[in-house]
Write a protein that binds this ligand. Sequence first.
Ligand SMILES: CC(C)(COP(=O)(O)OP(=O)(O)OC[C@H]1O[C@@H](n2cnc3c(N)ncnc32)[C@H](O)[C@@H]1OP(=O)(O)O)[C@@H](O)C(=O)NCCC(=O)NCCS
Length: 167
Amino acid sequence: MKTVPLDKDKHDRNTFDCGIEALNNYLRLMANQQASKDNTRTFVLEDPNQPQRIRGYYTLTMTPVDFNALPAKLQKKHHHAQSGGLIARLAVDKREAKQGCGAFLLIDAMQKLLTASAIVAFPLIVVDAKDGAIAFYEKFGFTAFNDTPNKLFITMADVRNSLEVPP
Ligand SMILES: CC(C)(COP(=O)(O)OP(=O)(O)OC[C@H]1O[C@@H](n2cnc3c(N)ncnc32)[C@H](O)[C@@H]1OP(=O)(O)O)[C@@H](O)C(=O)NCCC(=O)NCCS
């Protein structure tokens, strides 16, 4: 399995259906436009037998972080930092659910952000989880911010450890 940047001339965005209309519409209508403006990057997991078919996707960008909403130890450690990498969206087509695509996409997104953070440093990855997906992210080591249960984070240090990448 591998992810590639969304290519509007190759990938069929209209048949993708993750069950959440806002996430389907983002892929269909916004993802390419936002990438061309350098606002976000969207990567898709292709079906190896039909590369135009999208099994899942995620979108990456940066976000301001309220470091006061972190546990005290992390507040102290990162009090000079302002931003985090954001997994802004992540979704798997309903027909591909429960086959490991979500896990693959999440790990792939964390790997890409880890690579980016080696060049432009940021201390956290943030996700805005849809209702029902909080436990999915917790499974991979994400923790909720103190003030927003749907917003979760993982430190780059933990990403590095979980992906077993040397510092
Ligand atoms: C959440 C979502 C990405 C999971 O994708 P998936 O391909 O079905 O997930 P996987 O098969 O890779 O599952 C990986 C692990 O996470 C678990 N998991 C999957 N969805 C879960 C959920 N909603 N809550 C808790 N655990 C979940 C699986 O049981 C599996 O655990 P296991 O390895 O112990 O068996 C997918 O259901 C989806 O796109 N949902 C709609 C959009 C959404 O909610 N996106 C996320 C927030 S923006």
